[in-house]
Design a protein around this ligand. Sequence first.
Ligand SMILES: *[C@@H]1O[C@H](CO)[C@@H](O)[C@H](O)[C@H]1NC(C)=O
Ligand SMILES: *[C@@H]1O[C@H](CO)[C@@H](O)[C@H](O)[C@H]1NC(C)=O
Ligand SMILES: *[C@@H]1O[C@H](CO)[C@@H](O)[C@H](O)[C@H]1NC(C)=O
Ligand SMILES: *[C@@H]1O[C@H](CO)[C@@H](O)[C@H](O)[C@H]1NC(C)=O
Ligand SMILES: *[C@@H]1O[C@H](CO)[C@@H](O)[C@H](O)[C@H]1NC(C)=O
Ligand SMILES: *[C@@H]1O[C@H](CO)[C@@H](O)[C@H](O)[C@H]1NC(C)=O
Ligand SMILES: *[C@@H]1O[C@H](CO)[C@@H](O)[C@H](O)[C@H]1NC(C)=O
Ligand SMILES: *[C@@H]1O[C@H](CO)[C@@H](O)[C@H](O)[C@H]1NC(C)=O
Ligand SMILES: *[C@@H]1O[C@H](CO)[C@@H](O)[C@H](O)[C@H]1NC(C)=O
Ligand SMILES: *[C@@H]1O[C@H](CO)[C@@H](O)[C@H](O)[C@H]1NC(C)=O
Ligand SMILES: *[C@@H]1O[C@H](CO)[C@@H](O)[C@H](O)[C@H]1NC(C)=O
Ligand SMILES: *[C@@H]1O[C@H](CO)[C@@H](O)[C@H](O)[C@H]1NC(C)=O
Length: 749
Amino acid sequence: MAHAFPSFLLLIFSSNIIFENIHACNQSERSSLLFLALTLSPPQLNWTSADCCNWEGITCNRDGWVTHLQLPSKGLKLKGGIFPSSSLANLTHLTHLNLSHNSLSGSLDQTEFFLSLNDLEILDLSYNLLIGVLPSSLPSSHIRMVDLSSNRLHGAVSSSFFQQAWNLTSFNVSNNTFSGPIPSSICRPPSSSLRHLDFSFNNFNGSISSGLGRCSKLQVFRAGHNYLSGSLPEDMFNFTTLEEISLPQNSLYGAVSDKISNLTNLTTLDLSYNQLSGVLPLHLGKLSKLKHILLDFNYLEGSLPLSLMNCTNLVELRLGTNNLGGDLSMLNFSKLSQLSKLGLRKNNFFGILPRSIYSCKFLKAIHVNYNNLEVQIQPEILSLKSLSYLSLGSNKGLTNLTGAMKILMGCKRLVLVSLGSSFLGEEMPNGVEMADFNGFQNLRHLDLSSCNLSGIIPSWLSKLKMLQVLGLSHNRITGSIPSWLGTLPRLQTLFMDFNQLSGEFPKELCTLPMLVSAQTVTQVGRFYLELPVYYHPSADAKPLQYNYIPYVPVIYLSHNRLSGNIPIEIGQLQLLRVLDLSANNFSGNIPDQISNLKNIEILDLSMNHLSGKIPASFTSLNFLSSFNVSYNNLRGPIPSSTQLQSFNASAFEGNLKLCGAPLPNKCQTTKGVDAPDMSTQDAGTKEHQIPWFYVFVTLGCITGFWGVCGPLVLMRKWRHAYYHFLDNVKDRFHVMIAKRMASIKRRFV
Ligand SMILES: *[C@@H]1O[C@H](CO)[C@@H](O)[C@H](O)[C@H]1NC(C)=O
Ligand SMILES: *[C@@H]1O[C@H](CO)[C@@H](O)[C@H](O)[C@H]1NC(C)=O
Ligand SMILES: *[C@@H]1O[C@H](CO)[C@@H](O)[C@H](O)[C@H]1NC(C)=O
Ligand SMILES: *[C@@H]1O[C@H](CO)[C@@H](O)[C@H](O)[C@H]1NC(C)=O
Ligand SMILES: *[C@@H]1O[C@H](CO)[C@@H](O)[C@H](O)[C@H]1NC(C)=O
Ligand SMILES: *[C@@H]1O[C@H](CO)[C@@H](O)[C@H](O)[C@H]1NC(C)=O
Ligand SMILES: *[C@@H]1O[C@H](CO)[C@@H](O)[C@H](O)[C@H]1NC(C)=O
Ligand SMILES: *[C@@H]1O[C@H](CO)[C@@H](O)[C@H](O)[C@H]1NC(C)=O
Ligand SMILES: *[C@@H]1O[C@H](CO)[C@@H](O)[C@H](O)[C@H]1NC(C)=O
Ligand SMILES: *[C@@H]1O[C@H](CO)[C@@H](O)[C@H](O)[C@H]1NC(C)=O
Ligand SMILES: *[C@@H]1O[C@H](CO)[C@@H](O)[C@H](O)[C@H]1NC(C)=O
Ligand SMILES: *[C@@H]1O[C@H](CO)[C@@H](O)[C@H](O)[C@H]1NC(C)=O
């Protein structure tokens, strides 16, 4: 210790001397940097001292040449001039340029700057606002790393770009709008040094040509979320160095070759959302380092290879929505001790869901619904201490709901429980056995729909303070809607249609905080799930995938026996998007206050005993995309608005005293006051019919029910990031809208 201290001082002293010696900033470079600073706006770079080598973000070499210019995340914006400023071209000794995470706009091919950086090794301009196409080639033969990701660059990435890039190890252009084929000549023999390639989130198309096989050191290959087609290139299976293949969301077809078992260092295989077919590689189990297998949404068939159970490092196994099958009880999961996510939904698996899955102690998510599995909830499930996502519905033989609930109560982490189409005909657990209920403290999503359950809405639900989504549709639930439902602080999505509920619409339901206060919605925020959930926006639309619990503010109460007036308090549900009260016994007037529901998109009051007029204020419901008041006792003229008149006559039929467009019967002009008013507005409507229709469609789309339609059209990236359109017809998860439409159709047939 006594000796170490002085020598430490000496070290500082001597390094200081070197420091003084090496930094002698070239005045020409200094002025170039100052020129650059002039074109940028805030912050004020403290670039004042004489020696530019001491400036923030600048490093010089021993001879005083600027070698590093590193100003990431400095909020840099272009104040004037163009970026990259040609003044940078004077920094001819620059080896490291890192200006990532700024707001720099400009185009790389517009200035000579880029091509003059002949010593450049590291180029990171990611997360800026660069536009335009790539320059004809990389500036330097020393270049090792290029990150241009998350900009707005477009055009092709031509092979010539890499002409002299002998030492390139990492190339990332993800999250731009590049198009054309993936440049295969990026791998230059004899010894390409490329290790990381990321082309994802662009518009690349064509097939992946075979040249990539020459990247003999490639470790990470990502090109997901593009328009790539064709089959997986054979020579991909030659580079045994590969650790990650991520090509999700393309149109790749053909089989996954068994040669993949050569890639013994592979840890991630993501080929989800493609059109791959054939059976799973028989020797997949040779890939003992595999952690993530994502093959969902393909057309894979056959059974799971037994060898899969040799992938002992597996964390995530996602094979949902394929044509896979086979007897799952043949598999022994006990070696998969790291398994955290098991997604097998929508396949044809049968047999008993093996008890060995309970030995996967880290399991967080089990998603096996829509198979033919024999599932029972066993007390062993309590050994899965991290279980938060449990979706077992639409399988065979799930019985004893009361027993199941008693067990699941002990799973303290559960967030999502989806057990629809099970427990057929049993009673809703509500007896003494539920009296001491204190589980589900984290439950946000409970689906028990299509179970044909009898009994009443049980009071233990009132303890689920986190509940956001409650699905009880298609049961035989009787009794009234309890008023405490309105006190659940996070309830936002209520599916209770097709039951035998009676009594009135409880006023308390009109105070649900998540349907009343946008501030509450913001506070609750997004809760991300271990595996996605799927929702059907409408009968004929494809289901949407969410990897969080989406905010779907809806109340479905159709096909029950509810009666009495629709409470005027309903107008408080400002955020509601769907109100379906059809096929009940509601009577009285339609409350004027419904027109306060400024976000309402689907309003169905059909098949009740409502009387009086359609409130004139309905003309202000701008976002309506579906409206139905048919088969009531309504009378008088249909209020004139481009909105209401844009619906089919069928939305109004079955109300004998209702008149005016779009119904064929004209209103009697007995009341001299109404008549002229009507006809002028009518004329106006017709005149503007076509333009208004389009305006309506556009509005309805941009702010659409799911809040996605507009952005989907406008921003492909966004769509990719959050939603996946799925090919699918028989998905039963919350397909209530479909059911509703079907039943109305039946009535009309
Ligand atoms: C400074 O750099 C310029 C070229 O950028 C060069 O012409 C000049 O000789 C250099 N000055 C010194 C003192 O090295
Ligand atoms: C770049 O250097 C040249 C001479 O080396 C000089 O004439 C020119 O002004 C410099 N450019 C900038 C922007 O400083
Ligand atoms: C600017 O940098 C100099 C040294 O390079 C330092 O003395 C001065 O305090 C800095 N000013 C600010 C505002 O940071
Ligand atoms: C650029 O700087 C950011 C922020 O410090 C850093 O995360 C990134 O790795 C750097 N880029 C390179 C290529 O080193
Ligand atoms: C490429 O890298 C090797 C090894 O690091 C080095 O010897 C060689 O000079 C580099 N080539 C170029 C053109 O930079
Ligand atoms: C490429 O850049 C993106 C950010 O734009 C990053 O998320 C991704 O991990 C990078 N790819 C590789 C292979 O490092
Ligand atoms: C793509 O870039 C945008 C803008 O820079 C960024 O907000 C977004 O997170 C990026 N997306 C991905 C998937 O990296
Ligand atoms: C792949 O590897 C095999 C055997 O190592 C070799 O014969 C073949 O030429 C390679 N294919 C390509 C395209 O490199
Ligand atoms: C596989 O990975 C290990 C450890 O990272 C490495 O030593 C080995 O060289 C890799 N094998 C191949 C074929 O790249
Ligand atoms: C790849 O695996 C196949 C069998 O699956 C084998 O015939 C071939 O030799 C392997 N190639 C390499 C390069 O290891
Ligand atoms: C799994 O691995 C063991 C030991 O490495 C091996 O004996 C067995 O054949 C493998 N099973 C399958 C189905 O590949
Ligand atoms: C249901 O499960 C509970 C607890 O597991 C058990 O006590 C009860 O006997 C079961 N009921 C039936 C009908 O199987």
